[in-house]
Design a protein around this ligand. Structure first.
Ligand code: ZN
Ligand code: ZN
Length: 370
């Protein structure tokens, strides 16, 4: 771990520990996943073997399956408590907990994504304290990205731009949605992505389903095709959506596309420190109301993006959270007409002192392929 990373890790632990102190939480337990990576600088492969990062006011301990110990040691210097398959995790978990010297433990905070069997082990080993979720602690973890995290998200966004180009090139009458998805997937992998998170290709009437799964439908002339793709690059995620039209788009489609594009632009223009997340959602929605298709905009305007594809802040009505410099989220207004077509245009922005800086660079104009 570099010195900058070390300083950043210590800062993250300080934010967590301040929140733990305010809520009288003695220990926070985190299972393998994005939060573990954020707080420990590493996360092992999540499987059924118990693995927990345990954090108290002044100590850290990690319970690790023995087969993963060597890999942990190449990434961190945290104290490890290992257990072998044949013996089970009980003794290692108890030893790790007692090393934290928190007694009595009255309140425990747990990562909300933890497996239920991990939690049951933990409750047994700690004597059933009161349990709250890490989210309920209200620690502002992962919400504002550091300059180094923003650089990683920028690199991921640039990679998604290149994969979008590959997907659009693959779009033509006669190929299946799955084949277009595969073109994006290959582009991501050949470009060094850790893994591909999703490649959603929704053609023709399928484009009216916001979360369509790419399937065996063959693209035809007269189809709108929504392409929504994202991958992980150095653990940070990308997410971008563009629309292709095969053939000559009818006027109603062009008008609707313009409205969605304006909604995307107006929402991005509304982003700045100190405004609410709800006001950004509103900026997109008023444009679609004026165009007469507000009823077809059936989801929130955006979601935070970082180590996870979906994380706070949520850009939606009712969220009075104030935007701050360093927050990164999507702006993705969309409209869906069942049986006909859908349109969504998605970009990723970072909040800066002077407004939104857009990380995704791909041309937002409708791609028309004859
Ligand atoms: Zn998306
Ligand atoms: Zn998204």
């Amino acid at each position: 771990m570099s010195q900058i990373e070390q300083v950043e890790m210590e800062h993250r632990l300080r934010i967590l520990r301040d929140a733990m102190a305010r809520s009288n939480v003695g220990i926070t337990a985190v299972a393998p996943g994005d939060m573990m990576r954020y707080l420990a600088g590493y996360a092992s492969y999540p499987d059924e073997r118990l693995c927990l990062l345990l954090i108290s006011a002044d100590k850290v301990a990690v319970v690790v399956p023995a087969l993963n110990a060597a890999e942990w040691q190449t990434h961190t210097t945290l104290p490890l408590y290992t257990w072998a398959d044949a013996e089970g995790p009980g003794a290692a978990l108890r030893a790790a907990l007692s090393s934290l010297e928190v007694s009595p433990l009255r309140r425990l905070a747990v990562d909300g994504e933890m497996r239920a069997d991990f939690l049951l082990h933990l409750l047994e080993a700690t004597g059933n304290p009161e349990v709250i979720t890490l989210a309920a602690l209200g620690a502002p973890l992962r919400l504002c990205k550091s300059p180094s995290e923003i650089a990683l998200l920028q690199a991921a966004a640039a990679q998604a731009d290149r994969a979008m180009q590959a997907a659009i090139e693959a779009c033509q009458p006669g190929v299946t949605e799955a084949q277009v998805a595969w073109a994006a997937e290959q582009a991501f992998r050949m470009d060094g992505a850790d893994y591909v998170c999703f490649t959603l290709v929704a053609s023709g009437p399928n484009s009216a389903f916001p979360h369509h799964r790419s399937g065996q439908r063959t693209l035809q002339r007269g189809d709108a095709v929504i392409i929504d793709i994202g991958a992980s690059l150095n653990h940070y995620k990308s997410d971008i959506t563009r629309v292709v039209y095969l053939g000559e788009p009818p006027l109603v489609f062009l008008r609707t596309y313009d409205a969605v594009l304006q909604a995307n632009e107006q929402a991005r223009a509304a982003v700045k420190p100190g405004v609410t997340a709800a006001s950004v959602d509103r900026a997109a929605r008023v444009v679609l109301e004026a165009a007469g298709c507000a009823g077809h905009f059936v989801h929130r305007t955006g979601h935070g993006l970082g180590l996870s594809v979906h994380e706070p802040p949520w850009i939606m009505a009712g969220n009075e959270q104030l935007l701050e410099e360093g927050m990164v989220f999507s702006i993705e207004p969309g409209v869906y007409f069942p049986g006909q077509f859908g349109i969504r245009i998605e970009d990723i922005v970072v909040v800066t002192a002077s407004g939104a800086r857009t990380l995704t660079g791909f041309d937002r104009r409708l791609v028309v392929k004859a």
